[in-house]
Design a protein around this ligand. Structure first.
Ligand code: AMP
Length: 132
């Protein structure tokens, strides 16, 4: 039920792993190819692209996944994150041809990196919606 999931999200908040690879990228310990950046958000190219254009949008705050971010991030962070989507889409010239946004979350979502990130995929036909 909803209540159970809420508790699950709260417990993930408590266990944010500061050594995850995107935390290291945000601290500048690992290089990245930046596409867009502002006070609250970093967007960079995926190292193993699944489409001709594959960009990850990451909030700078310590949020494990989309559910954690939407529950716990400040309004300012959430607005900045949402607005960064249009910035990235414009920079990557995806407006005319379209794109797909994916937030793999938790165990069933096969999330690999436990820091919230939105995949922006485009540059060609993307195939079925779910096929991982
Ligand atoms: P997910 O499975 O949704 O957690 O996606 C993690 C994504 O991070 C994958 O698409 C990886 O290719 C990508 N990734 C892992 N390490 C790096 C890195 N150092 N720089 C850029 N992307 C990375």
């Amino acid at each position: 039920g909803v209540k159970k999931n809420y508790k699950k999200v709260r417990s993930r908040v408590m266990t944010y792993d500061t050594e995850n690879i995107f935390a290291k990228i945000l601290r500048g310990e690992i290089p990245n190819t930046t596409v867009y950046e502002n006070e609250y958000v970093l967007a960079f190219e995926d190292i193993n692209p699944q489409a001709p254009i594959h960009i990850l949008i990451v909030p700078k705050g310590p949020y494990t996944d989309m559910a954690d971010f939407s529950l716990s991030a400040a309004g300012e962070e959430q607005v900045a994150f949402t607005k960064s989507i249009s910035e990235v889409v414009t920079i990557a010239q995806l407006e005319a041809t379209g794109f797909r946004a994916i937030a793999n979350t938790g165990i069933d979502g096969l999330q690999e990196v436990p820091h919230y990130h939105l995949h922006i995929l485009g540059g060609g036909p993307l195939g079925p919606m779910v096929n991982r």
